[in-house]
Structure formats: C-alpha cells, structure tokens
Write a protein that binds this ligand. Structure first.
Ligand SMILES: Nc1ncnc2c1ncn2[C@@H]1O[C@H](COP(=O)(O)OP(=O)(O)O)[C@@H](O)[C@H]1O
Ligand SMILES: O=C(O)C1=C[C@@H](OP(=O)(O)O)[C@@H](O)[C@H](O)C1
Ligand SMILES: [Mg+2]
Length: 174
C-alpha cells in the first residue's frame, strides 16, 4: 500500500509526534502541513493570523495539503484542516484518514506542557481547557465523518502507532 496516510485530530492529539514515528514503522516520507506552510510563507502561524486572519491561514492550509500529498507519505495535518469540506473530500479520496482521538483532559495537559504558541495562537481567547472543550465539541463530528479509522491517542506513542498499523493491516486483509 502506498496511499498517503492523513492524521487528523485536535491540537495536542499527537499528529506530528505519531506521524514521525509511523513514518519509520512503514517506511513512508513524513510531512507536516503546518511546518511546510510556515516554511513556504516565511512566517509563523501566529504571524499569518495577525496579518491575514484565520481565513488567510485556512486558504494557505488547503493549498499546502494539496501540495504535500504524494504516495508513500504520512501527512500530519493541523487540527482545523477538517473545517473545509474541500479538505475533507480531498483526504478521503486521496488516501487513508486516521482520527487520533483523545479526551479534553489529555489534550489540555499536553498543550499546557508544550504550548508552542507561535504555531498555536489562541482560537477563542479562552483558557486552554475551555478552548479545547469548545473546539472539540465543534469538530468531533467532522473528525469522525472524515476518518476511515479512529484510534485512542491517549495511549503511549508506541501503542498509538501499533493501533494504526493494526487498522491498516485489517483494512488490507478485508
Ligand atoms: N501519545 C502521546 N503520549 C504522550 N505525549 C504525547 C503523545 N502524543 C503527543 N504527545 C506530546 O504532546 C505534545 C503535542 O503533540 P503534537 O504531536 O505536537 O500534537 P499535534 O500535532 O496533534 O498538535 C507534544 O509535546 C508531544 O510530545
Ligand atoms: O486546531 C487548529 O485550528 C490549529 C491547529 C494547529 O496545528 P496542530 O493541531 O498540529 O496543533 C495549527 O494548524 C493552527 O494553529 C490551527
Ligand atoms: Mg502538529
């Protein structure tokens, strides 16, 4: 199988971390839409949002998703990639989509420990736990409807990778 693998889910669910590990396990290339987008723009996400608003960032995100999608590639997306129908359709049609699902408490703990503010400017202006709860409530259904597979991303990284490999093996066998 050389179809691209798209990792989706909320901020802090581990798309970037798990994507890198998964790449080694299945001998794919790794790309992260936020990393490529920031390199191409020569600006951080926070700078883009100040200059162009979230609409500007979202337009760049759609272009980046299409630009980075290649065979044998694990694509770690940004948490809001599923907001645009064009992105949801693109990922479902061009690869296998995995939702890294984790509860609000786990996401908030990780984001408090590793905020990476230049890549994750506030979405709502609210404190972390409230923001994560609000955003997940808005997006969970979109993550679920876009995903081919859902894994428990609150597990340790090795387990999350193993869950993904198991889902991919099962899908291939069926
Ligand atoms: N399964 C995991 N178990 C423990 N910590 C994790 C796990 N996945 C990610 N992390 C940690 O959480 C933080 C956010 O992870 P990251 O991969 O940047 O998430 P995302 O790209 O989905 O926003 C990082 O500091 C990372 O080390
Ligand atoms: O949830 C979101 O809307 C966003 C998530 C971020 O990526 P991570 O999910 O990798 O943190 C980044 O794309 C941007 O700050 C917007
Ligand atoms: Mg990330």
């Amino acid at each position: 199988m050389t179809q691209p693998i798209f990792l989706i889910g909320a901020r802090g669910c581990g798309k970037t971390t798990i994507g890198q590990r998964l790449t080694h396990a299945c001998d794919f290339h790794f790309v992260d839409t936020d990393q490529v987008l920031q390199q191409r723009a020569g600006m951080t996400v926070a700078d883009i949002v100040v200059r162009e608003g979230w609409a500007g960032f979202r337009a760049r995100e759609t272009q980046t998703l299409q630009f980075v999608t290649q065979p044998a590639t694990v694509v770690a997306t940004g948490g809001g990639i599923i907001l645009a129908e064009v992105n949801r359709d693109f990922m479902r049609q061009n690869g296998v989509v995995i939702y890294l699902n984790a509860p609000v408490s786990v996401l908030a703990d990780r984001l408090e420990a590793f905020p990476e503010a230049s890549q994750r400017p506030t979405l709502t202006g609210k404190p972390i736990t409230e923001e994560v709860a609000d955003i997940l409530a808005q997006r969970d259904a979109l993550y679920r409807q876009t995903a081919h597979h859902i894994v428990d991303a609150s597990a340790c990284p090795d387990d999350v990778v193993e869950q993904i490999l198991t889902e991919l093996r099962l899908a291939r066998a069926s």
